[in-house]
Design a binder for this molecule. Structure first.
Ligand code: FMN
Length: 183
């Protein structure tokens, strides 16, 4: 069997994003697989733009990466109790591509945020806005990294023991689902 393909999407665009660190930690804990982080730095969705110029190449590239992946991890920060505009914009663009790359795709959502709830509300919102695409969204365990600025060591590794345990469990579930979908 060929190597499993894993794609990560961070809802935060900033260079030092802890959600990106969380994606990388999750990928390590997923185990043997190729891992790429998808780029969501897209123009703001505007239907006129799509009608005039079609789907931007960077949007198609991510849609193709998702379509070819065995599993996807979405790491969602919380901006004002919801997902980031960048993430919603990316989902809206991808929904305009041919086919539906999310259909039946094993997907795990995780979140890292400054607040005590670790982005729980953004995680709920991410679940809500991904549901129409009918992926195989894992229901748990819920991985929320609270007070995220304090949870990473100098190598960018997650230090929170409970977080590590839950992430291991969630990635185990994601791997099982990915293997099950391969048949
Ligand atoms: C516009 C904005 C809104 C935010 N709103 C929340 C919030 O509602 N809840 C929360 O826990 N943190 C909130 N934060 C703090 C983020 O959780 C924090 O910046 C976090 O590190 C973002 O994830 P990142 O490290 O991946 O960029 C907000 C930050 C920004 C910039």
């Amino acid at each position: 069997m060929s190597e499993l393909k894993l794609v990560g999407i961070s809802g935060s665009l900033r260079k030092a994003s802890t959600n990106r660190l969380l994606l990388q930690e999750a990928a390590r804990r997923f185990g043997e697989a190729s891992f790429v982080e998808g780029n969501i730095r897209f123009p703001l969705f505007d239907q006129d733009l799509q009608e005039e110029n079609g789907i931007p190449p960077e949007v198609q590239a991510l849609a193709d990466q998702i379509a070819e992946a065995d599993a996807v991890i979405v790491a969602s920060p919380e901006y004002n109790k919801g997902i980031t505009g960048a993430l919603k914009n990316a989902l809206d663009w991808i929904s305009r591509t041919e086919g539906n790359p999310w259909r039946d795709k094993p997907v795990a959502i995780v979140s890292a945020a400054a607040g005590r709830a670790g982005g729980e509300r953004s995680q709920n919102m991410a679940r809500l806005v991904l549901s129409p695409f009918r992926p195989r969204l894992l229901t748990g365990p819920e991985v929320t990294v609270a007070q995220t600025a304090q949870q990473w060591d100098d190598q960018g590794r997650l230090t929170n023991e409970l977080g590590i345990k839950l992430l291991d469990e969630l990635m185990g579930e994601l791997r099982r689902e990915a293997l099950r979908m391969r048949g």
